[in-house]
Structure formats: C-alpha cells, structure tokens
Design a protein around this ligand. Structure first.
Ligand code: NIG
Ligand code: FE
Length: 413
C-alpha cells in the first residue's frame, strides 16, 4: 500500500474504458492538479485532489507507505510497443557509412544491416545476449518505460531465432517491466538463401513457426513487409501460418515504399502496423474502421533521415496513432520514450495531449495490454512515472534531451 501526496499534475486519468484514443479524442488527456494517488496490491486503487480531505481516509491504513511527490508529477509509465532490444554488439560503422551517403538498403545489399547483427548474434551465447539486453531494460525504465515489446529477427535460422526468443523469455521472467515477445523470423533473407527467398519463407512457415509455438515463446508474429524485403503475398502466407497457432500480427510496413504492408496487415487483423512513412489516402482508408493500431517510429525516421509518416493527416481522418521507439542497433539505437514524446510533437505536430496518449494508451493497445496499462484508471496496474518538479504538463515534451523522470514505479514498486 502506498499513498503519494502533493502530486503537481496527475495526468492521463481515464475512467471511460476506451481501448485507444483516436481522432479528436486523442486530445483528451485528463489532468488533475495538486493530487494524491493511492496504490493497493500493485493496482491504482484511488486518486483525488489534495483540496478537501479525501486522502485522509488512506493515511492511517495499517502498513501504508506515504510518499511525498514534492511537486513532481505523475503520469502513466510509457508503453514501448516496438523494439528489437535483444542484439549483439553495435553498428556505428554503418552509421558513419550513412553519413557518407549510403542508404539503409545499400548497406543491407552489401551484407550489412540486419545481416551484420545476425552474424554477431550467431556468435553470442544465450547468456551473453541476456547480459547485454538486461541493462537496456534497466536503462529504459530510468526514462519511464514500464512495458516493452521485444522482437526476434536477428537469428534468421531456426536455432538462432529460438535462442533470441528464449532470451526474451528470460527477460520476461526476471524483469519488473511487462515484456511481450514477437517472432520476426521474416526480418530479412539470410545470404545463404539469396535468390531462394521462397525457400526461406517456407522455412519460416514449416519449421520456425511450429517450433516457436510449441515452446510458447511468442505472443505476436511480425514480418518486414516492404520494398526489397518480403512481399505482401509472402507476408500473407506467413501470417496465415501464424494464425493457426493463435499468433496475432504486428507488422513492419510502408517504411521504404507503398509496399502493400498496411493492406495485408489490416486484412489479417494485425494488432499494429508500424513505421508507415509511405501512407497515402488508400492506406488511411484501409485503416479506418479496423482494429489495427497505426504506429509511428520517429527514432528510425530521424536516424535514417527519412520522410515523416503523415501523423496529422491520420489523426484528422479519425485514426488513432501510437508512437514507439524501435530501439535497435541499426536504425534507432535509443529506447528513450521521452525523446519519442518530444519528436511526436516537434516533427509530427502532435499536441502534447495527443503525444501522451500516443506513447501510453495507444501503445498499450498495440501490445494487447490496454486493460491493464496505459492510463491512470482505478483497477489498472500501478505502472507510473514520478517526475522531478516540472512547471507544466507540456514541459515533458518541450524540454527534450533531459531526463525528467525521478522514478518509474512498476506495480506500485
Ligand atoms: O524496425 N525496418 C526493419 N527493421 C528494423 C531495423 C533493424 C536493423 O536495422 O537492425 C527497424 O527499423
Ligand atoms: Fe523495427
């Protein structure tokens, strides 16, 4: 039991039981000024205003721990619905190649990119991968992340994909963060399969998916459905195979072109389609009325100097949008969701209220966790951030680059 007093702004209050925020409703981010919050058995039990004496009901409960926010604010912890944070080594040489003008696709065709990470992952043991990944989870917590999706996809052989997913399972077991695992065997075609892409797709379908499902290693299935990677037809075959094992899709789509990824994602009831730099009227029409969360990854667009997904146009069309980090060694070597929040405002013109919903409730939905996380709601898990004193809610995205989070409480701890 914990009672937090003197919270300057308690933001993200929501008792409407909406599953996501869309269109004009994305601006609805309820804030209570000068508030208290009561946590019981890891859940948000109650909250209210410091004016009046409602909080005094809880002060004398036996065993209650009282914490003074000292003017700091409380928000739902960030949910990061798209990362690749299990990886071996780093790729700063390619980063310099990019500065010299090489594109992401050119680097890949030279055997770099995802294939570079796959080579390094192959040479690492499960223990080594775990030891490398755990501090990344701890680091993102210090920036306010409380739930994270992690993908495989640097294995590209059955054994190495399973190895990656077992590392994710271990992270799930030991970390206080809520972790969701996604199988991304179809991230790239390994060199040995060059010119035989169809055979690699067969391997994913006939060998990898059944093994992953048998060991219960994945919550979701992903395909990099884009120009130069996997086609919509191949994606459809893989998603059908995954569906037989109850794996719901979350796709990489429309990062490199109008690839048809969004359409195939919606057709197979994907929980999310992610990246979306190439989203036109047809794609927006397809997304309307679906249960698929359009997810933008501003870190990758920033790091690769890409065009920006048309977030405003999507919101104006009544769609929801989510923003996640894409934390990975090739296109977004940062999992800092405060930076993602700022980028959503600065580069994609979301107002702060919309941006907060985009990194909390909407990303919770994109991991299937909206019933438990993403808002300050009685009965939801107490995954919250407590900030240093900040003068306003808008200060959070405004003061980009510094860490405003004092602590991230997960299930109240
Ligand atoms: O989300 N776009 C595809 N996959 C990753 C990049 C992975 C990598 O370059 O290592 C992404 O950006
Ligand atoms: Fe990604």
């Amino acid at each position: 039991m914990r009672l937090i007093l003197n919270i300057r702004y308690l933001g993200g209050i929501d008792e409407s039981s909406r599953r996501w925020a869309a269109g004009v409703d994305m601006q609805r981010f309820e804030v209570l000024e000068n508030a208290w919050l009561f946590i019981e058995e890891g859940l948000i039990a109650d909250y209210g205003s410091m004016h009046g004496n409602s909080w005094q009901n809880y002060v004398n409960r036996p065993g209650v721990r009282i914490m003074d926010a000292e003017g700091g604010s409380v928000f739902p912890a960030f949910c990061d619905s798209h990362t690749h944070l299990v990886y071996a080594g780093s790729r700063e040489k390619e980063y310099v190649d990019k500065i010299h003008g090489l594109s992401y696709e050119e680097i890949f065709r030279r055997g770099g990119g995802i294939l570079n990470s796959a080579r390094r992952l192959h040479e690492s043991t499960e223990d080594q991968l775990f030891e490398e990944a755990l501090p990344r989870l701890e680091e993102i917590r210090t920036y306010g992340t409380g739930a994270v999706e992690i993908k495989s996809g640097y294995g590209l052989t059955t054994d190495d994909e399973l190895k990656m997913l077992r590392v994710i399972r271990r992270l799930k077991e030991v970390s206080p963060l809520t972790v969701r695992a996604t199988f991304l065997g179809a991230h790239a075609v390994p060199l040995e399969y060059k010119g035989r892409q169809g055979e690699y797709v067969d391997l994913v379908i006939n060998e990898m998916i059944p093994r992953v499902a048998e060991e219960g290693l994945a919550d979701f299935i992903d395909v990099f459905c884009d120009q130069g990677f996997f086609t919509p037809d191949e994606t459809a075959r893989i998603l059908e195979a995954g569906a037989k094992y109850g794996l719901r899709p979350k796709l990489h789509a429309n990062e490199l072109g109008y690839s048809g990824g969004i359409q195939v994602g919606v057709k197979y009831n994907a929980l999310s389609v992610d990246h979306l730099e190439y989203t036109g009227d047809d794609e927006i029409r397809t997304l309307k009325g679906s249960e698929t969360m359009p997810t933008i990854l501003p870190g990758a667009a920033f790091f690769l100097n890409m065009i920006h997904a048309p977030a405003r146009k999507m919101i104006e069309a009544g769609l929801p949008v989510a923003f996640a980090s894409d934390f990975n060694p090739g296109s977004s070597p940062s999992g800092n969701m405060q930076l993602v929040l700022s980028m959503a405002c600065i580069q994609y013109r979301l107002v702060p209220e919309e941006a907060f919903n985009a990194v909390t409730l909407n990303t919770a939905y994109a991991m299937g966790l909206e019933d438990y996380l993403g808002t300050i709601t009685r009965g939801k898990q107490a995954n919250i951030i407590l900030t240093h004193p900040i003068p306003s809610v808008e200060f959070m995205p405004y003061a980009y680059g510094s860490n405003k989070v004092r602590m991230t409480l997960l299930a109240g701890n």
